[in-house]
Design a protein around this ligand. Structure first.
Ligand code: HEC
Length: 237
């Protein structure tokens, strides 16, 4: 079973049998990372990145593996050099298993020492990373170093692994009007706060009203709504 779903299901204590679906990979090829921003696109193999002069040894408190590990990584902001990457945009990472994560560019571009820093970690085949629930998490993943003297504060949904594509564009709410709550709701009200959490967590696996990038789980409103009272359904506004 997919490690991410296994972990989520495990955490809510539900045992399910799932048919393993083969997720087609739409990327330059296995072991290749592609970053797209507007009309620009860059691709690298793991081997190319392992020979990149910006590659650094870093030590992280790993939110995926729940241990302290040392690995080779490139500052994420450095990889974007020359690409039109706006701080108000969103980076959508797509993993080989179909998991998608939406990350605010502002977080990924933060160079300020008081903020957690994003890195693209690259697996060296000569020193493979530990497995997560029996599955490899390489060759590319997004990891974070904590600001000096502070514990790591970056949510686990921003630690994404098995990455094959990263697309930088507008936020899901801008790209998919069908998922947006009514426009007149206050930003600090329960619906909008729920919508923020929904984008961060649930959109990684689900679409809503047929709109979204991920299809690991069923659509949350079509053909029917499985929940009657939560931020996910009140977005029908
Ligand atoms: C790691 C991927 C993943 C994440 C993250 C995730 N889900 Fe799911 N979800 C699934 C999968 C897979 C299923 C189908 C499980 C099954 O068929 O038993 C599912 C099923 C559901 C269902 C039942 C749908 C139906 O039609 O029966 C609901 C409701 C749901 N998820 C809501 C949510 C909400 C709300 C969030 C965010 C708080 C969320 N999920 C986050 C993967 C995920």
């Amino acid at each position: 079973m997919n490690a991410r779903i296994a972990r989520m299901m495990g955490s809510i204590g539900v045992a399910i049998a799932m048919v393993a679906a083969a997720m087609p990979a739409i990327a330059a090829g296995p072991g290749t990372l592609t970053i797209t921003a507007g009309k620009e696109q860059r691709s690298w193999t793991a081997d190319q990145l392992l020979h990149d002069p910006r590659l650094t040894d870093i030590t992280i408190d790993d939110e995926n593996l729940k241990q302290r590990v040392s690995l080779k990584a490139i500052p994420f902001a450095a990889l974007l050099a020359g690409l039109p990457a706006m701080p108000e945009g969103t980076a959508t990472t797509a993993a080989t298993d179909g998991y998608v994560s939406h990350l605010p560019m502002r977080r990924l571009l933060a160079e300020d020492r008081a903020q957690p820093r994003a890195w693209l970690a690259v697996e060296n085949p000569a020193a493979p990373w530990p497995m997560l629930r029996g599955q490899g998490i390489g060759p590319f993943r997004l990891v974070w170093t904590a600001p000096a003297g502070r514990a790591e504060t970056v949510t686990e949904s921003y630690w994404t692994y098995n990455i094959e594509r990263i697309e930088i564009n507008a936020s899901p709410a801008e790209r998919y009007p069908a998922i947006r709550p009514a426009a007149n709701l206050p930003a600090d009200g329960p619906v909008m706060r729920g919508f923020v959490a929904f984008q961060r967590v649930c959109l990684s696996c689900h679409s809503l009203n047929g709109a979204g990038d991920a299809h690991l789980g069923p659509d949350l409103n079509m053909p029917y709504s499985p929940v009657e009272s939560s931020a996910t359904t009140s977005s029908r506004g």
